[in-house]
Design a protein around this ligand. Structure first.
Ligand code: MRU
Length: 350
């Protein structure tokens, strides 16, 4: 895993060779971003199930599989892609063990599925990007928040993928990137990714978007999402909600870009989405140094929910979903071949 904590200063890799390494990497945000976490979790599940398959009989392994999923699901609570990936691995592992299978075959089949999920994500991101680029006008001025580029989504990008696509299509976009306190994914990761492609980009503090929209041309806002409820309410990095409110006030279109694996068929509204609370040290300290008085109390919710009525469209691999989202999201799931296999979810969606 490319160690995202060290960027942009150092390009270092973290070797996650065991299940515990993988859980640690997700928890500590060595790998981060909802889709990337999902893919990492798929490999984590495969590695652990394969290890145990060499030691246990099928019936005993079957009993342990749900606990592998549970441990992974608990590493980061908001990004639903993680559950989506572990659901898929669990279902596949159970199916494989229902027939006689050697542990070597079991290992290669579960690892192949994780690889398949990885590959699918890249294709999905490309579809989201080309579709979303149709929303981008020539010379558009765009605000984005957090990081929804190749690092966060295991290749190419979703919200940032749209911007990259528009850039390579010579639409000449200019991006304002929120620094995204407290972890500064915008300043550290999004700016780094945009610099590599030579996309015109300007870093701003999170509290500057109101000023920008009131004083300069801003054509649109695009962000990613970590979990989307069936009514379109979307959880994303803390601060996204503020941005959406300001965009609505200034009549600037606000878009979300996310794969179908980010939709939670069980969450009816944003109120059903668990919001991760992280250590307050991320707020009180920057790069290990305190920036406030000793012992102060600080709040650190990692995500907020943007209500569906503030979202002009959700760009997915099956098209741009528009309000009313209850209907457009259900229709999108009707087109998805993969989600049809996830019985529990699709039944609810229908
Ligand atoms: O850094 P994280 O994992 O806490 O943040 C998740 C995200 O990357 C963002 O919320 C992003 O906008 C959506 S995921 C591409």
């Amino acid at each position: 895993l490319l160690d995202q904590r060290k960027l942009p200063g150092q390009l270092e890799y973290f070797d996650a060779t065991s299940f515990d390494d993988l859980c640690f990497a997700i928890k500590e945000m060595i790998v981060r971003g909802a889709p990337s976490i999902g893919v990492a979790a798929a490999f984590g599940f495969a590695i652990e199930a394969a290890r145990l398959s060499h030691m246990l009989k099928a019936e005993n392994l079957l009993k342990l599989l749900p606990s592998i999923k549970e441990k992974l699901d608990n590493t980061r609570p908001t990004a639903v892609n993680l559950h989506w990936a572990t659901d898929r691995l669990l279902a596949a592992a159970v199916a494989l063990l229902s027939e006689p299978i050697t542990s070597d075959d079991f290992r290669s089949r579960t690892l192949s599925l994780a690889q398949e999920i990885f590959d699918e994500h890249i294709q999905t991101n490309c579809k989201i990007s080309s579709t979303g680029a149709t929303l981008v006008k020539q010379n558009a001025s765009i605000i984005t928040h957090c990081n929804a580029g190749p690092l966060a989504v295991c290749g190419w990008g979703t919200a940032l993928g749209i911007i990259r696509f528009a850039h390579f299509a010579v639409l000449n976009p200019h991006v304002y990137v929120d620094e995204t306190r407290p972890r500064n994914q915008g300043a550290k990761l999004t700016m780094w990714e945009l610099a590599q492609d030579k996309v015109a980009a300007t870093l701003i503090c999170d509290n500057m978007s109101g000023y920008l929209m009131s004083s300069r041309k801003v054509d649109m806002v695009i962000t990613g999402a970590d979990r989307i409820a069936t009514n379109g309410d979307s959880a994303n990095k803390i601060g996204t909600y503020n941005l959406a409110v300001v965009a609505k006030y200034h009549s600037v279109p606000f878009y979300i870009a996310a794969p179908l694996s980010t939709f939670d068929a069980v969450a009816k509204t944003g109120g059903d989405i668990p919001i991760e609370e992280r250590d307050s040290i991320e707020v009180t300290h920057i790069e290990g140094k305190s920036i406030t008085a000793q012992g102060v109390c600080a709040l650190n919710p990692a995500f907020d929910v943007t209500p569906a009525q503030l979202i002009d469209g959700i760009v997915t691999e099956v098209g741009i979903l528009r309000p009313p989202y209850l209907a457009s999201i259900a229709a999108a799931f009707g087109q998805s071949t993969f989600v049809r296999q996830q019985n529990e979810n699709i039944q609810y969606m229908k």
